[in-house]
Design a protein around this ligand. Structure first.
Ligand code: PEP
Ligand code: MG
Length: 571
């Protein structure tokens, strides 16, 4: 096993250590600063006289106007995604339904700041019950409330401190307004108590290229303004009490690690020459072309629904085949896997006009849509077949959300009739459990660990509250993956992985040890996975694969794998 350059650094911190969710990687060292505290929220007190209520409402509206105007001005002064976020906030501030609710509270005699709290609580409650991405908007809503309250009281706007030297910015959760206006040159890293990988803090940090940890919890408040910390955003850890020399060594080891990744040339193999195919996961012609500029050996997952998410009518066979042909052209003669439309749930296709469902993740989605719209699946397969006729490459098609043996049998017939190689995503636990009977109908399968995890753990993949459960390192998920791999090996059917876990460098080694023959991370993560595989032996991967399924928790699985593979990846 080759030494990992980052293992040579012993941080040996004597101070506080706080763990969060790693979002944007990087290692930095510097003093912390907290974003401005939010105003104390009013408790409903004395009622105001009836003849003053109209003036009170006007005071509230004036504050709302000022807050919305500031957002618009900041949007004009910023660009890109940040400006869009700020404009969306300006619109949210001016929402008539919110003002109507606040007016109701004022008409009942409550002062303007209490009315702001009540109106916001009503909408936060609604957003929380919707869950997922909507629940993450609660931070935006509460940010608006705090700004409006500060304005009503004539207090300074809450948010970022004025910063003169580069700092590690800590906050409960940064609002879009905060993140959009911060000066990246003065911020070394962002660390928040709340938020998940899809929160605004994470999105903006990614855009600005700032190392970022989210969801660090209440423990974060143990760091005081001015404390010097080492932020290891690769592992999601924040330490105080790190010796400056050790911090410098950690930063230069991280820089060396990045250099090794950049220099990695592919193709991927372990130290003992065991090959793992690294294919890219793409969502459009442009991302396929970008992937072609990396070490990707082909495409392991093209999410075909993404280019058509907003289409008002079903794209014709010719329209579809033009896009598919361009994707094939990016990898001439190479393996390309088209996943048929995974419509429904988090990816509704406008043209399918699907009925609303109470529980869409468990509803009509993926291959199940074909039951009610058979021609749509047939048209798509015709389009892929048309595009493949000119390509000369190895064109494979896989079905999303395949659940039963009968579905596998029928899907395979439709593909083979068109000269396409049939496969399926294994992302429903039933399909993994029935692998012995499903695989014989197919040429290959690819494990979709995002959905497999959500369904095995009964935990919404979008929910920041359930991130610990919705973790592919959960041993229950790993056991099903191993089961699928074993069946694949027994039956001679290649098993790949195309969920986000294919981009987790430590898990990639474990998956290789389980017998996965291809991994399909996003193109940006491909070199890091390949470089990691180049430093481990297949025997070590197999030992790690055996050990993780015996672990009791996700954390233990990570730790034992990190130990056996000599990778500093346990969190
Ligand atoms: C998955 O579920 O792991 C997957 C790759 O599909 P998607 O993320 O598009 O649902
Ligand atoms: Mg999926």
């Amino acid at each position: 096993m080759e030494p990992n350059p980052r293992n040579s650094v012993d941080l040996n911190p004597s101070g506080i250590k706080v763990q969060g969710t790693a979002c944007v990687s990087g290692i930095v060292y510097g003093p912390v600063r907290w974003a401005h505290h939010r105003p104390d929220l009013p408790v409903s007190g004395e009622l105001i006289p009836e003849d003053e209520r109209q003036t009170e409402y006007e005071r509230l509206l004036a504050a709302v106007d000022t807050v919305a105007r500031r957002f618009r001005e900041r949007a004009d002064a910023t660009g890109g995604e940040a400006a869009e976020v700020l404009r969306a906030n300006a619109v949210m501030a001016a929402d008539p339904a919110w003002s109507k609710n606040a007016k109701k509270a004022i008409s009942a005699g409550h002062p303007a700041d209490v009315a702001a709290v009540r109106a916001t609580a009503k909408f936060s409650g609604m957003f929380a019950s919707l869950g997922g991405v909507m629940a993450e908007r609660i931070t935006d809503l509460e940010d608006l409330r705090d700004r409006i309250i500060a304005e009503i009281r004539g207090e300074p706007e809450p948010g970022l401190p004025s910063i003169s030297e580069p700092v590690v910015l800590l906050a409960e959760d940064l609002s879009p307004a905060d993140t959009a206006t911060l000066e990246p040159a003065k911020v070394l890293a962002l660390v928040t108590m709340r938020g998940g990988k899809t929160s605004h803090t994470a999105i903006i940090a990614r855009q600005l290229g700032l190392p970022c940890i989210v969801g660090a919890g209440r423990e974060l408040s143990r760091f005081q303004d001015g404390t010097t910390v080492l932020v290891d955003a690769d592992q999601g850890v924040l330490h105080s009490g790190v010796d400056p020399e050790a911090a410098r060594a950690a930063m230069s080891a991280a820089a060396e690690h990045t250099r090794r990744i950049t220099r990695w040339e592919g193709p991927a193999h372990t130290t003992d020459g065991h090959r793992i195919k690294l294919l890219a996961s793409v969502t459009s012609v442009a991302s396929a072309q970008q992937a072609a500029a990396t070490q990707a050996e082909g495409i392991g997952l093209f999410r075909t629904e993404i280019p058509f998410l907003k289409a008002r009518r079903e794209p014709t066979v010719v329209e579809q085949s033009q896009i598919y042909a361009e994707v094939l052209a990016a990898f001439p003669g190479r393996k390309v896997v088209f996943r048929t439309f995974d419509a429904g749930s988090d990816k509704p296709l406008a043209f399918l006009d699907m009925a609303g469902e109470d529980n869409p993740a468990l509803g009509v989605r993926g291959l199940r849509v074909a039951e009610g719209h058979p021609s749509q699946l047939q048209n798509q397969l015709d389009a892929i077949s048309l595009a493949s006729a000119e390509s000369g490459g190895q064109v494979s098609v896989m079905a999303p959300m395949l659940t039963t043996v009968t579905e596998a049998e029928n899907f395979a017939i439709l593909c083979r009739e068109r000269g396409l190689s049939p496969g399926a995503m294994i992302e429903v636990p039933a399909a993994a459990l029935m692998a012995d009977l499903i695989l014989p109908h197919l040429d290959f399968v690819s494990i979709g660990t995002n959905d497999l995890t959500q369904y095995v753990m009964a935990a919404d993949r979008m929910s920041p509250e359930l991130a610990e459960l919705a973790d592919p390192w959960q041993p229950a998920v790993l056991r099903l993956i191993r089961h699928t791999c074993r069946e694949g090996q027994r039956l001679g059917t290649p098993v790949g992985v195309c969920g986000e876990s294919a981009a987790d460098t430590l898990l990639a080694c474990v998956l290789a040890g389980m017998g996965v023959s291809s991994l399909s991370p996003a193109a940006g993560a491909l070199s890091a996975v390949g470089e990691q595989l180049s430093r481990v032996s297949m025997a070590a991967c197999q030992r790690a694969a055996e050990a993780v399924v015996q672990a009791a928790t996700a954390q233990q699985a990570r730790e034992v794998a990190a130990h056996l593979l000599d990778v500093p990846g346990a969190r």
